[in-house]
Design a protein around this ligand. Structure first.
Ligand SMILES: Nc1ncnc2c1ncn2[C@@H]1O[C@H](COP(=O)(O)OP(=O)(O)OP(=O)(O)O)[C@@H](O)[C@H]1O
Ligand SMILES: [Mg+2]
Ligand SMILES: [Zn+2]
Length: 465
């Protein structure tokens, strides 16, 4: 096949290709166009290929007759990782694991690699970032035993990696990281769009041909996006993202994309001396530091994947000094907070126009659903009115624009989790409460129809005490 080397300008942020240099890319980014050389198949060659294809008979299959393959999954020996992947690593699949520097990507991978090497055979860990000694030091720290079958390769040239894979035939392949790898066929620097795309394609080919699952580590930029190429995201089967506050020990693993499972599961770990330790009782570790009964603090619940999770919402209202009132939210979207503030104003008569409002979902999680709405509203009400939300209280429900409370899904499981964690009182949408009438004697269900009723309920309860 005849090939031609072509020079193009590629946006390092979105991957957009252009024949000419531009100061601003169509994605809006400035100064992101870099000159790169790409291989192009020459036009008349393409034509001859398509006419060759005419000679062969290509046939479509009936979907009903296609054999449904049962994915064989590899157990990583790490329950939380298996859960996020949908039950383990599927053979032949490509998984991208991304996260900020120092979050623990290499750590979780070496732990999984050691487990897999012990159970399934040879594992090849290719590192372009660290020397063999550095990796050994980490492995000594975090792995109980270092299995015979765990192989290391400090290499960045894809051709050499390919040769080693051909020879070793590993059961599992790890590339740490894609941004350091390069294909000698292409001129551009490692980490550039065309390099990452070529290496990604090459890794996919290696994985699919030999049915080897491949884990690829990728760095993210400051604002959480994959450094460089979105292209790899489309190429791979799963994209996992590792997040956490670097100065706290909690680390959350979440799937952004998963061709073999849901994306709503999360895995929780704690970074410790002996590596990443799975957290089994996540609600407990989220609620650990909660000052129960403090003003502006209330517990709430979300449903992540297949399990309920309890966490604390805190709010603080302070008089605005000059200019506009500030709204600051961590873990809640600012637009959602503004909506809740508007509903509090119009439907509960709580004007906060001259108040700075801060809201924090403790633990660094950014839950997606709306079941925290009521807790956010009550925490704000509680801090402003300087009344406690009452100890052992939990609130959940979605707030509508009319101030009504919408029911939440999986309420039964959430209530059971609240009982297990020792909560005494739960304020929830009436529709949910009616269905769960006598779920447990140890918790009091307070069903409310709207925001005002919820406020009345927690304030009344507090004044009774
Ligand atoms: N002895 C130790 N005890 C506890 N935690 C440690 C110890 N040594 C390292 N760590 C933790 O491990 C983290 C580094 O983990 P790791 O190298 O797996 O991160 P990474 O995501 O691969 O980073 P990079 O992007 O630089 O490759 C450190 O930030 C630190 O929190
Ligand atoms: Mg690393
Ligand atoms: Zn762009």
């Amino acid at each position: 096949m005849a090939k031609k080397i072509k020079t193009v300008f590629i946006c390092q942020q979105c991957g957009y290709e252009s024949a000419k240099w531009m100061g601003q890319c169509i994605c809006g980014a400035w100064n992101t166009m870099l000159e790169e050389k790409v291989i192009e198949v020459i036009e008349n060659d393409r034509r001859s290929r398509s006419s060759a294809a005419k000679g062969q008979r290509v046939k479509a299959s009936k979907l009903s007759e296609v054999k449904s393959g049962n994915f064989t999954r590899i157990d990583t020996g790490i329950g939380e990782l298996n859960r996020v992947l949908g039950g383990g690593i599927v053979r032949g699949s490509l998984t991208l694991i991304s996260g900020e520097p120092g979050i623990g990507k290499s750590t979780i991978i070496i732990q999984a690699a050691a487990n897999i090497a012990q159970r399934y055979g040879k594992v090849l860990y290719v590192s372009g970032e660290e020397s063999e000694e550095q990796i050994k030091m980490r492995a000594d720290r975090v792995c109980n035993v270092i299995p015979e079958n765990l192989f290391l390769l400090a290499e960045t040239n894809m051709d050499n990696i390919n040769a080693v894979v051909e020879e070793l035939e590993p059961a599992f392949l790890i590339i740490d990281s894609i941004q350091t790898m390069y294909s000698p066929d292409i001129d551009s620097a490692p980490g550039s769009v065309s390099q990452v795309r070529t290496c990604g394609n090459e890794l996919m080919r290696m994985g699919k041909v030999k049915s080897i699952p491949v884990f690829i580590v990728a760095h993210v930029t400051k604002n959480g996006e994959l450094a460089g190429p979105k292209i790899v995201e489309h190429l791979v089967d799963c994209v996992l993202n590792f997040v956490g506050e670097r100065n706290q020990e909690l680390r959350i693993l979440r799937a952004f994309k998963n061709r073999f499972g849901t994306t709503s599961e999360i895995g929780a770990f704690e970074m410790a001396e002996e590596g990443l330790v799975e957290i089994e009782n996540l609600s407990k570790s989220f609620l650990e530091g909660m000052d129960d009964g403090a003003e502006g603090s209330i517990a709430t619940a979300i449903y992540e994947g297949t399990r309920p999770l309890l966490l604390e919402v805190q709010a603080l209202a302070a008089p605005t000094n000059i200019g506009f009132a500030r709204r600051t939210a961590i873990g809640v979207e600012l637009s959602r907070l503004n909506m809740i503030l508007a509903v509090l104003d119009r439907k509960a008569g709580l004007s906060l126009i001259n108040q700075d409002i801060y809201v924090n979902v403790v633990g660094g999680l950014k839950p997606e659903g709306t079941s925290m709405d009521l807790a956010v509203a009550l925490a704000i009400h509680s801090t402003y009115k300087r009344v406690s939300c009452g100890s052992g209280t939990i609130a959940l429900g979605e707030i509508g624009l009319t101030g009504d409370l919408r029911s939440v899904q999986n309420a039964e499981k959430i209530v059971k989790e609240a009982v297990r964690m020792g909560f005494k009182k739960i304020i929830l949408p009436k529709k949910n409460a009616d269905k769960l009438d006598d779920i447990s004697k140890s918790i009091k269900l307070i069903g409310v129809k709207n925001l005002q009723e919820a406020i009345n309920a927690y304030v009344a309860d507090f004044t009774q005490l």
